[in-house]
Ligand binder design. Structure first.
Ligand SMILES: Cc1ncc(COP(=O)(O)O)c(C=O)c1O
Length: 447
């Protein structure tokens, strides 16, 4: 028994009590629950890197606008499906000013979180075809999207992009698209869990192939503007947030407010349809809806069926934040860049203690510092590493649950780690390193 920073016996007992056959394969919520129990049994605080929730406060502008709208009485009225004009107008301005993409306000739809946006998109796209039935995921990815496909009893295929960066992405994507069954493709950019960011060349490849095979691209921008190697925060000035929308009109953009505006609790997201998709006619839609127009049935068929719109007051909150950003009165990057600063320090601490960054490059460039990073340790599989780190007061999730094919990796999330914990993180990592000397002849354990 080693003198681990957290009592070896307690951690072992709590792992056994958890009933999970292999703790390292646990979901995010499994790990959260287990670590909560260990923390209360030992009184020791963990360096918690398992859950991707924002660690920042909501901008006051949004809160004030919500309160004012409630005082005006919006709670007594049903919201319109297409959203309040202030929301759609400011969202369209935002897309123009920060992505340099032109969309009509009618293309900018409020959803209850972008998770509702992706779910509604999956359902509507699947209803649009008689001869296509599959979504392709460019992985690793966010497990909840797969859960949506599963509960909707739809089909999916996926591949890990690690070995298919740059030009290699073309053949790989085409090998799926040419089979004729794929109707949509989803990826997040920057990527949860790896923080890889697609290069312009890669986005161009995705867009060109989407045109060639008539596939709809669902671009998940949950971490909009958070590739901090560049400053995408100046309204109307380049550089702009990279997007596939520069290369195809077959797109749906999912702009989450949860991380960039620290607004997860109100469940409001922004779904942007291309001008083309808003009016696209697809006769097969008539099987399930009163109309054959994609934009119309997404709203008046699918979103109506799921929640009959998005709550009023959060729309006012986000409209006010967007307006302040669009007018140059508020710079969201100034707040969220803290994630990147913390990641830089934390990555250094891990690397100094024998860890390696798993997804480390965007083609030739080093990966950005941001909300997530990935780690491995020689001699350990990801599943083993996750469990072993628990004895050292550090929690994360295994990359396996994100459909990564690199089974030696873990995802670390920086958001909940406080700067005041860096000293304790360094101490714990040193102990781990001391207890697990690296034999450079053995690489990773693949079990
Ligand atoms: C990649 C990705 N997509 C979507 C979401 C969900 O976003 P929302 O809160 O807007 O539903 C998250 C949240 O963690 C995410 O990481």
């Amino acid at each position: 028994m080693k003198d681990t920073p957290i009592s070896y016996n307690v951690v072992k007992a709590k792992i056994e009590e958890s009933g999970l056959p292999i703790i390292g394969r646990g979901t995010i919520r499994d790990i959260v629950r287990l670590v909560n129990k260990i923390e209360s049994a030992t009184g020791e605080k963990y360096v918690r890197m398992e859950m991707g929730i924002p660690g920042l406060n909501t901008p006051q502008i949004g809160i004030n606008a919500e309160i004012e709208s409630i005082k005006r009485g919006v709670t007594s009225k049903y919201p319109m499906l297409e959203g309040i004009p202030e929301f759609s107008n400011e969202a369209a301005r935002f897309v123009k000013l920060f992505m340099n993409i032109d969309v009509k306000p009618a293309c900018c739809i409020p959803t209850t979180g972008t998770l509702q946006g992706s779910y509604a998109s999956f359902i509507t796209i699947d209803n649009m075809y008689e001869d296509r039935d599959t979504t392709l995921f460019i992985d690793p990815g966010f497990p909840v999207h797969k859960q949506q496909i599963t509960v909707a009893r739809q089909k999916m295929e996926s591949f890990d992009v690690y070995n298919y960066r740059g030009n290699k992405l073309r053949d790989k994507l085409e090998s799926y698209f040419k089979n004729g069954n794929i109707h949509s493709v989803l990826y997040s950019n920057p990527n949860n869990p790896t923080w890889i960011c697609f290069t312009e060349k890669e986005l161009q490849i995705i867009g060109e192939l989407a045109n060639k095979y008539n596939v709809i691209v669902l671009e998940d921008l949950a971490y909009f503007g958070m590739d901090f190697r560049k400053d995408f925060s100046k309204p109307g000035k380049p550089p702009y947030q990279p997007t596939v929308a520069n290369y195809t009109e077959n797109y749906i953009l999912l702009i989450s407010t949860s991380k960039i505006f620290s607004y997860p609790g109100q469940r409001v997201g922004i779904l942007i349809l291309s001008n083309k998709l808003l009016y696209l006619k697809a006769p097969a839609l008539k099987r399930y809806y009163s109309s054959d127009v994609f934009g119309y049935v997404l709203l008046y068929g699918t979103l109506y069926a799921i929640s009959a719109g998005a709550s009023h007051s959060p729309q006012y909150g986000i409209a006010a934040i967007l307006k302040a950003i669009n007018n140059g009165d508020y710079n969201f990057r100034d707040d969220v860049i803290e994630y990147g600063k913390k990641a830089k320090i934390m990555k250094r601490l891990f690397i100094e203690n024998g860890f390696e960054i798993v997804y480390d490059k965007d083609e030739e460039d080093d990966i950005a510092d941001g909300f997530f990073f990935t780690i491995s340790y020689p001699g350990f599989s990801g599943v083993e590493l996750l469990e072993e780190l628990l004895y050292y007061g550090i929690s994360a999730i295994s990359l396996i649950i994100t459909r990564s094919e690199l089974n030696h990796g873990l995802r670390a999330c920086v958001s909940l780690v406080k700067r005041s914990q860096f000293t304790v993180l360094e101490y714990r990592l040193k102990k781990f390193h001391e207890h697990h000397p690296i034999d450079r002849t053995e690489k990773y354990n693949s079990t």
